[in-house]
Design a protein around this ligand. Structure first.
Ligand SMILES: N[C@@H](CCC(=O)N[C@@H](CS)C(=O)NCC(=O)O)C(=O)O
Length: 368
């Protein structure tokens, strides 16, 4: 047994923010420990096998990793109030926006952090890892620790060529969310949903807390900044309702349209590339060899600019959630979400090709 729920993470971390916001809304008692060098060595590596946060250790001593798996395990233990809308349009939109926040909005988050908040991020990385050292030594350590993160920019498609398009897309998204949060506390009413928790990942640590990004958000999208504050310090934990009548507010349509326009072609190409990859790699198709995180490169287009990015399996694992839900719907429910997807420009989701199912084993992707 341990002392309640233990969260290992950091203020600078995308997915720790998602889990922390959830724990606070649900009023689940937890202790957060900063994942410094010692914690990576003594807790994260032995339990998870690779360096990643957030990690949760339950009171029974079980390890959970991946924000989605952490949240879903806790939803079983603390079901009320559910963060999953019960009605089809809201639920599908929430699941879609979780994937969008988790995977696609990494692009602007990483672009802004490492091109506009670099010195701050390096100082924070050093301070969190080695609080015992003087500032100059922390800076050197921060510089080392930042390498894999800043080095991931080209794999995410963040380059000098795509930078202006990333900024146009992100500022467009901020304007769309601003129009929504001017009228609603959360995406679907007065209760946060899994979609809100997906979006808070990029929109807290990177886009609100990093100073240059926070200045931009507060200036051009003050209602979005207020939503971030509500998410991170819920004024009414465990309260609120989803809008009646399965309403997906019109103000969310431009956000869903942006997701479908920018990201659905990438998901389709990723599914096709995964099938081709397995056909060419029998030892991976048979499960003998571990799947890699990325399976090559492909083109993507943002605001008219085409750039290359790595093809990540994480996207396909996450996309199974809205896809499974969509495929489970019949009759009037199926028709209702069909109309929603049409309006969002996401018709292609209804004929999305089957692809080999992904599961998580030993905190990594594996064929199910
Ligand atoms: N999708 C995972 C991803 C976790 C993740 O990417 N964590 C970042 C920090 S926010 C990290 O530790 N990355 C190290 C790596 O990916 O190698 C989650 O939801 O927990």
């Amino acid at each position: 047994m341990t002392n309640g729920y233990e969260l290992y993470g950091a203020e600078v971390s995308y997915f720790t923010g998602k889990v922390r916001a959830y724990l606070r809304y649900k009023k689940i008692p937890f202790v957060e420990t900063i994942a410094n060098r010692e914690v990576y060595k003594t807790v994260i590596m032995p339990r998870v096998g690779w360096p990643v946060i957030p990690v949760m250790v339950t009171p029974e001593g079980d390890t959970l990793q991946d924000s989605t798996d952490i949240i879903d395990a806790l939803e079983v233990r603390f079901p009320d109030p559910s963060i999953y809308p019960a009605t089809p349009r809201q639920r599908l939109a929430a699941l879609l926006l979780e994937v969008y926040g988790d995977e696609w909005l990494k692009i602007p988050a990483m672009h802004y952090r490492w091109t506009k908040n670099r010195e701050f991020a390096i100082a924070e990385f050093g301070r969190l890892s080695r609080p015992d050292l003087p500032v100059e030594a922390q800076r050197k350590i921060g510089e080392e620790m930042a390498k894999p993160f800043a080095g991931a920019l080209p794999a995410l498609g963040c380059t000098e060529a795509s930078g202006p398009a990333i900024e146009r897309s992100y500022e467009g998204l901020l304007a769309e969310l601003e129009a929504h949060f001017a009228h609603h506390d959360y995406l679907f009413g007065s209760r946060p949903s899994i979609g809100d928790f997906g979006l808070i990942g990029p929109l807290y640590a990177h886009q609100y807390r990093d100073p240059a990004s926070g200045e931009l958000m507060k200036r051009v999208a003050p209602h979005v900044a207020k939503w971030v504050e509500r998410m991170m310090k819920p004024p009414h934990p465990k309260e609120g309702e989803f809008l009646p009548g399965d309403d997906v507010p019109d103000t969310l349509m431009p956000v869903l349209q942006r997701m479908m326009r920018e990201y659905l072609p990438v998901l389709l190409a990723t599914a096709e590339q995964f099938k081709a990859f397995l056909a060419a790699q029998p030892d991976m198709a048979s499960g003998e060899k571990e799947l890699p995180r990325a399976i090559g490169m492909h083109d993507f287009t943002l605001e008219g600019v085409t750039e290359k990015r790595a093809v990540f399996l994480f996207d396909l694992w996450m996309f199974q959630r809205p896809l499974d839900y969509l495929r489970s719907l019949e009759g009037a429910d199926g028709e209702a979400v069909g109309k929603l997807l049409n309006m969002a420009g996401g018709e292609a989701m209804m004929t999305f090709p089957d692809y080999p199912r992904l599961a998580r084993r030993n905190f990594k992707h594996a064929l199910a």
